[in-house]
Design a protein around this ligand. Structure first.
Ligand code: DX5
Ligand code: ZN
Length: 221
């Protein structure tokens, strides 16, 4: 049985106002969008740094009830799943590329009470995650090389999204299929046509002059 999830827009806090993250979070809440994408970078797996679990915990303390879709861009994600779970992450996604025990880490994320996701860089083929597909709630296909917001969408990732959609249907799986990087009002519909149902948008969301219209467009994909 193939799964069809309702489309979800997950604004990326990376493109928010880092001097006032709570205000950026409120912008998302005011639109009644349920998800917030939190990008965690270690300056090693990717050439950039962002924030850690304390920031998520502080946003929770400030009252946010958003679903924290936490994208760990870390060389050693297994060392950090527990602090992020304790800080209030709802879903924790880990990359397939670094060498660590992916299965054990996904299982650990579940045991900590979170949903779990697996992420593929643009250069990583779909078959690299085939083995873990039955274990995950979400597969994240990077549509840019991770590390920075504001990059151009990689259209050559569309066949990978289609492949994962087809495997999901053929194998009776139900993971969400998320895209991240360069997603906007033009590229979002292309991803949806390829099978994506969960759309991370950083720059395009925070720069949109009409955010309600932007959110509505994604709710109709
Ligand atoms: C990139 C991050 C993305 C980033 C997307 O490494 O994983 O989540 O915020 O930003 P935009 O939407 O600006 O490409
Ligand atoms: Zn991300």
């Amino acid at each position: 049985m193939s799964s069809k999830h309702a489309p979800l827009l997950a604004p990326s806090l990376l493109a928010g106002d880092h001097a006032n993250l709570a205000a950026s979070v409120r912008l998302v809440e005011d639109l009644r969008l349920p998800w917030l994408h939190c990008d965690i970078m270690d300056g090693h797996f990717v050439p950039n740094l962002t924030f850690g679990p304390e920031t998520l915990a502080a946003l929770r303390r400030a009252g946010s009830k958003l679903f924290f879709d936490t994208h760990l861009m870390l060389s050693e994600p297994h060392r950090y799943v527990e602090p992020f779970a304790k800080a209030g992450a709802n879903l924790i996604s880990i990359h397939i590329e670094p060498d660590y025990d992916h299965t054990a880490t996904l299982t650990r994320i579940r045991a900590l009470g979170c949903q779990c996701g697996i992420v593929l860089n643009p250069g990583t083929p779909a078959r690299a995650v085939e083995k873990v597909l039955p274990l995950v709630d979400l597969v994240l296909v990077m549509t840019v090389q991770p590390g920075f917001g504001g990059q151009s969408f990689r259209r050559d990732m569309l066949p990978k999204i289609e492949q994962l959609r087809d495997w999901r249907a053929a194998r009776g799986l139900a993971f969400r299929l998320e895209v991240d990087g360069g997603v906007d009002l033009h590229t979002g519909p292309e991803c949806a046509a390829a099978g994506a149902d969960t759309f991370v948008a950083g720059s395009a969301f925070f720069r949109a002059a009409d955010k309600p219209a932007f959110a509505t467009a994604f709710s109709r994909l």
